[in-house]
Each structure stands twice: as structure tokens, then as C-alpha cells.
Design a protein around this ligand. Structure first.
Ligand SMILES: *[C@@H]1O[C@H](CO)[C@@H](O)[C@H](O)[C@H]1NC(C)=O
Ligand SMILES: *[C@@H]1O[C@H](CO)[C@@H](O)[C@H](O)[C@H]1NC(C)=O
Ligand SMILES: *[C@@H]1O[C@H](CO)[C@@H](O)[C@H](O)[C@H]1NC(C)=O
Ligand SMILES: *[C@@H]1O[C@H](CO)[C@@H](O)[C@H](O)[C@H]1NC(C)=O
Ligand SMILES: *[C@@H]1O[C@H](CO)[C@@H](O)[C@H](O)[C@H]1NC(C)=O
Ligand SMILES: *[C@@H]1O[C@H](CO)[C@@H](O)[C@H](O)[C@H]1NC(C)=O
Length: 211
């Protein structure tokens, strides 16, 4: 009997550990120690960013952190065409964002933290040197999973843009498309944790039943 009780306790301990591990969000440092750099001498990115990205799991609410300087840019886009073009000339403001320090000087150190707020493909590249940096390795994409969903701190959509109150004859006009990007996700951390707890109680009941 004792070994069986032991085994049950171990299973319970493992279950608790797994539930605890699932409550965290991760900060991913892009390129690891190499950072986000283009080496002008070798005319190559400092490391392989696709290889770096392939090694990690990205979830909603995680951050990706670019340790870089103003010789590179950080463009985030949800549009594969923009990513593949290595430039933002034809991109739209609603799916492509440039993160930089607003500095016009070269070589100033910069750390850029970007929260992952949209599930699915997210694309990143530097459009500096007329796209040469991107073409020569400063680009990668990730697939953002749901994980726990967004934490409350990232779950607040920005207020919708001001819209003229409709007059009776314009009531049929189509909705403003910009609101779609601000939609909060369906689940959040609380419901996920509640589900884990429910599952845990059910699991205990199961163990007691078969005791
Ligand atoms: C991750 O980065 C965010 C944004 O910079 C910061 O608020 C948070 O404390 C960091 N978390 C950890 C565990 O370092
Ligand atoms: C660029 O690469 C060369 C050759 O590998 C190396 O000597 C140099 O330190 C690198 N420059 C930077 C800024 O990392
Ligand atoms: C780097 O490579 C690009 C082609 O991708 C080329 O146009 C450019 O002249 C090269 N730059 C240097 C410094 O070798
Ligand atoms: C993606 O961006 C390209 C320009 O880079 C644009 O022509 C295209 O319409 C965009 N696609 C979507 C779905 O917005
Ligand atoms: C961005 O706007 C275009 C129209 O300008 C629309 O077709 C597209 O769905 C929008 N994308 C997102 C992510 O809202
Ligand atoms: C940044 O770019 C400028 C101009 O191309 C170059 O002179 C400088 O050495 C670069 N600085 C770093 C830290 O890579």
C-alpha cells in the first residue's frame, strides 16, 4: 500500500509544479548575448535570428527584448508581405509598427521591449541601410501561442477613436476598421488558472475515488 500512496503523492506534486510553471510570462532577449546587431564589416547579422527564434516558445503576454543601438531599427509587422519586402514603404499603420528611440544619431545604445499581444505570426526586421540589414539576416518571425492569455496590465484596449455622433441618415455607415486591432482576447490568466484549479480538484476526487 505504501508505494502506491507514494506514487499518488508524487503525481500530485508533479501536477502542482506544472500548474505553477504555467503561471509565468517570459522575457525573450533577441539573439541572446549577441543582441540585435548588424556587422557592417562582415555584411551579416551578428547571429542567426531565425535559429534563435526556433528555440523558444512565445506566448501572449511575453516580451521580446531587443538589445541594440540606433544603427539598426526594429519593425514589427503582422503582414507577411511587408516582412518579405524588407521595407515599410507600402505598409499600413494598422499592422506595422516601428520602434526606435527617435534618435537621429548613429551608434546610441538602445533597449526596446515589445509585449506580444496578438496570437499567430508576428514578424520582425530592421529596415536600416535600405533593407540590406533585413536581407542579410536581421529578420525573423515567431508564432505567438495563447499560453495564459494577456495579463490584466496588457489587456486594456486603447480607447476607440473619436467618431462624430451619427446623424439619422448616416446610421448605415460601416463600422470603423481600426477598432478590430484593439479587441481584447477572449480568455485571460484568471480563467486559465481557475480551469487549472478545477482540473486539480477533479483530479483529487479521482484519486480519492480509486483509493
Ligand atoms: C519583462 O519586461 C517587462 C518590460 O520591460 C518588465 O516590466 C518585466 O519586469 C520583465 N520581467 C522580468 C521577469 O524580467
Ligand atoms: C564584425 O565581425 C568581425 C569579423 O568577424 C569582428 O572582428 C568584429 O568584431 C565584428 N564587429 C562587431 C561590431 O561586432
Ligand atoms: C552588403 O551586401 C549587399 C547585397 O546584399 C551589397 O549591396 C552591399 O554592397 C554589401 N555591403 C558591403 C559593405 O559589402
Ligand atoms: C500587407 O502589406 C502590403 C504592403 O506591404 C499591402 O499591399 C497589403 O494590402 C497588406 N495586406 C493586408 C492583409 O493588409
Ligand atoms: C488594416 O487596414 C486594411 C485597410 O486599410 C484592412 O484591410 C486590414 O484588415 C487592416 N488590418 C488589421 C490588422 O486591422
Ligand atoms: C553605426 O553606423 C555608423 C555609420 O554607418 C558607423 O560609423 C558606426 O561605426 C556604427 N556604430 C556601431 C556601434 O556599430
Amino acid at each position: 500500500m505504501a508505494p502506491a500512496v507514494m506514487a499518488k503523492l508524487m503525481v500530485i506534486a508533479l501536477f502542482i509544479t506544472a500548474a505553477a510553471a504555467a503561471t509565468g510570462y517570459t522575457n525573450h532577449t533577441v539573439g541572446g548575448a549577441a543582441g540585435w546587431f548588424f556587422n557592417a564589416t562582415t555584411n551579416r547579422s551578428a547571429t542567426s535570428y531565425p535559429a534563435w527564434a526556433a528555440d523558444q516558445t512565445f506566448n501572449l503576454g511575453d516580451y521580446i527584448v531587443f538589445n541594440t543601438n540606433t544603427n539598426q531599427t526594429v519593425i514589427q509587422t503582422y503582414n507577411k508581405t511587408t516582412y518579405q519586402s524588407c521595407n515599410t514603404d507600402d505598409s499600413s499603420d494598422n499592422d506595422t509598427f516601428q520602434y526606435d528611440g527617435g534618435s537621429s544619431k548613429f551608434g546610441e545604445a538602445l533597449t526596446i521591449s515589445i509585449p506580444l499581444t496578438i496570437e499567430g505570426p508576428n514578424y520582425y526586421f530592421s529596415d536600416a541601410d535600405d533593407g540590406v540589414q533585413c536581407e542579410r539576416g536581421l529578420a525573423f518571425h515567431i508564432d505567438v501561442k495563447h499560453g495564459l492569455g494577456l495579463p490584466p496590465s496588457l489587456n486594456q484596449p486603447p480607447p476607440p477613436p473619436y467618431i462624430e455622433p451619427p446623424s439619422p441618415d448616416t446610421a448605415q455607415s460601416p463600422p470603423v476598421s481600426t477598432v478590430t486591432t484593439a479587441e481584447p482576447p477572449k480568455g485571460n490568466g484568471f480563467t486559465t488558472r481557475a480551469n487549472i484549479r478545477l482540473g486539480f480538484c477533479g483530479f483529487l476526487g479521482f484519486l480519492l475515488f480509486f483509493h
